[in-house]
Design a binder for this molecule. Structure first.
Ligand SMILES: Nc1ncnc2c1ncn2[C@@H]1O[C@H](COP(=O)(O)OP(=O)(O)OP(=O)(O)O)[C@@H](O)[C@H]1O
Ligand SMILES: [Mg+2]
Length: 377
């Protein structure tokens, strides 16, 4: 386990033309902050703004233009002043005129991408959109897993995107009837990148699986998840030497060219694998558990992830918990708040009813959100 580093906290959040907020200047800083207000008040928008202090498209996976306020100038900015524990740090991101991607700054200096934010801060979130995670398409679970891998292994992001680029390249070559030499070369690249992607995922899954079971009592009443990575490549990674797995993968791609050309995509590799999740205590596939069991299991999985990130980075992640409290009975809510405190990272929650947050306890802050304004209750 890494030595414990200071815990970053957002002390102030400023928004300009972001979603429903023309302008907002919000002092924060509590270990637990709950945003409370009626439907449509702008609570999730606040969590989404914070979620953009990490790589990717935030907790709604929105496009940049959707994030800009509809009646605004078409640009937006998010500024967060942090106390890192060793000093102040300013993270900023937004859409500026004539820029294709989003602009990111650390202490006012432009940085190449939001990946740099990971040097200072990791974020995890739980939203109602994730409710279908266990029943939905495998791609959602792969993305969910890749975010976790990225939090503990910052090279994973570029690995995955280079791999996806190489796959698109191969698919295009197949479609256009590219020569075998070109295909050999791109498939070699796919083999190297794809094996690295699968190995990084497998390592994180194994760690999380072990931790989830070990810490089951700490996370009670939220059940632990048993996790395995399913796929032809992943299965071989667990039982064969790395060199032999690469040889198998290369041959499978070569032999599969006609089939992949007909399918219009590459059928073998980590882009086709799945994260299989079992309800640990019941030993039942998550997908067939009841709705309530799935919600509790997802919560257990996120909390275990937070713990794994905390242990591997020596610094707990910041957590964004959208609407979750409303689905829990009073006892489970109190347990959730206790676990969130134990994890130690700054937490932001949302809900419509202030009563949901009565048990947050000492040092927590309740903020009322209404008509684009946010006030300390
Ligand atoms: N780009 C945008 N420009 C202006 N307003 C927007 C934009 N995107 C979303 N909104 C508005 O933001 C409002 C608040 O949305 P938000 O999802 O934050 O509400 P909420 O408080 O989380 O509500 P609920 O309790 O229903 O989840 C919505 O009414 C929506 O129409
Ligand atoms: Mg909401």
């Amino acid at each position: 386990m890494a030595a414990s580093l200071p815990r970053p906290r957002i002390l102030r959040l400023r928004l300009q033309d972001f979603r429903s907020y023309p302008r907002l200047d919000l002092p924060l800083g509590a270990c637990l902050t709950a945003f409370c207000g009626p439907n449509g008040a702008g609570k999730t928008n606040l969590l989404e703004a914070i979620s953009l202090l990490s790589p990717g498209r935030g907790l709604r996976r929105a496009t940049l233009t959707a994030l800009a306020r509809r009646e605004g100038p078409g640009t937006f900015s998010i500024l967060a002043d942090l106390d890192t524990g060793t000093g102040p740090l300013a993270l900023a991101t937004g859409l500026v005129p004539d820029e294709a991607g989003r602009e990111c700054r650390i202490d006012r200096e432009p940085v190449s991408s939001a990946m740099r934010f990971l040097d200072h801060l990791t974020l995890l979130w739980l939203t109602p959109d994730q409710d279908g995670l266990f029943r939905g398409p495998a791609g959602d679970r792969r993305r969910f897993l890749d975010r976790l891998v990225l939090a503990v292994d910052s090279a994973h992001g570029s690995r995955v995107s280079s791999f996806e680029t190489a796959l698109r390249h191969r698919n295009r070559l197949l479609e256009e009837g590219g020569g075998p030499r070109w295909l050999d070369a791109i498939e070699q690249e796919i083999v190297e990148l794809g094996t690295a992607v699968a190995a990084a995922r497998a390592e994180t899954v194994a760690r999380l699986d072990a931790l989830a079971e070990r810490d089951a009592a700490l996370m009670a009443p939220f059940p632990f998840a048993r996790l395995t990575l399913e796929g032809e490549l992943e299965q071989r990674l667990g039982s064969m030497a790395a060199g032999s797995v690469e040889d198998w993968y290369r041959a499978a791609l070569r032999d599969g060219r006609a089939r992949d050309r007909a399918a219009g995509r590459t059928l073998i590799g980590p882009q086709a694998s799945d994260l299989a999740v079992l309800h640990g205590p019941k030993g039942e596939p998550a997908a067939t558990c009841s709705t309530g069991e799935q919600k509790a299991l997802l919560l257990g999985l996120i909390l275990a992830q937070a713990r794994l990130i905390g242990q591997m980075r020596g610094q707990p992640p910041m957590l964004l918990v959208d609407e979750v409290a409303a689905h829990l009975d009073a006892e489970r809510r109190a347990a959730l708040y206790r676990i969130l405190r134990m994890l130690g990272g700054q937490v932001f929650l949302s809900g419509t009813d202030p009563l949901l947050f009565e048990a947050l306890g000492e040092g927590a802050s309740l903020m009322m959100v209404r008509d684009g304004s946010v006030v300390d209750a």
